[in-house]
Design a binder for this molecule. Sequence first.
Ligand code: SF4
Length: 284
Amino acid sequence: MLLTLDKLSLSHDETAKFLFTLKDNAAIESVLVPFKSRDAVCLSTQVGCAMGCTFCFTSKMGLKRHLSSDEIIEQYLAVKKWVLEKNQQRLPPNIVFMGQGEPLHNFDELKKAIEWLTSPRGGKLGPRQITVSTVGFVPGLERFSELGGVNLALSLHTPFEAQRSEIIPLNRRWPLKDIFEALDQIPLRSQQFINFEYLMMKDFNMTPTHAEALAQLIGPRKAIMNLIPFNPYPGAPWQRPTSLEIEEFKKLLVAQRLRVFLRTTKGDEIMAACGQLNTQKELQ
Ligand code: SF4
């Protein structure tokens, strides 16, 4: 075994956060998010992260190291075992690579893990059951088709280059222009959409101008905008918008004919929601 389960936290909405210790005493987290028909497990691909996004608690850790493909797979197997022990009737969870780390920054180990997870002798999952999320690591996007047709989620968060560079330092190296060029080279299945993740931050990225520029940027691409209310963490410089502000912004996007999906926040009371993972003890 490469991982030991150190702590399991459960929230009232049944989100479960697993804190694992690795052989070298590094710690990572995986999060099980409950859904009616099939749960999703959010897996980590690195210990910490090098990308420095200002809205994300993981970034405060910096990058400690990449995870090996076996460490990535073991997270999945441990969480799946826990799900099936509780209820044998449940389907094995879908996977989202949205935990600690930028998955495409650890491309080769991610690829090996996905190969096993989707193989008939391994995890037996279909590529549609796996989503890889990125903030726009272009060298990985250029190789995305090597991942066997899994789903792609791009953390967009604003359509404006300068504003995006403010919150995602990687955008200075690979701006939206380069990211979209790489995205357009990725072959999609007939029913496949690109997921654009949009973290709604109060007084920052929710104006009518943002909605218009988003519609222009996304254009005719097969896309779904996933709206996520900002999840606060200790010392966060951003605030979560009110329910009214969220609804208003959603209406603006719908008026621009974008496909929009509003994600309910799950697991924030146990710091398990998007952008809240951090295993550096002094920061928690
Ligand atoms: S949002 Fe993702 S890429 Fe950015 S710092 Fe957090 S874990 Fe890393």
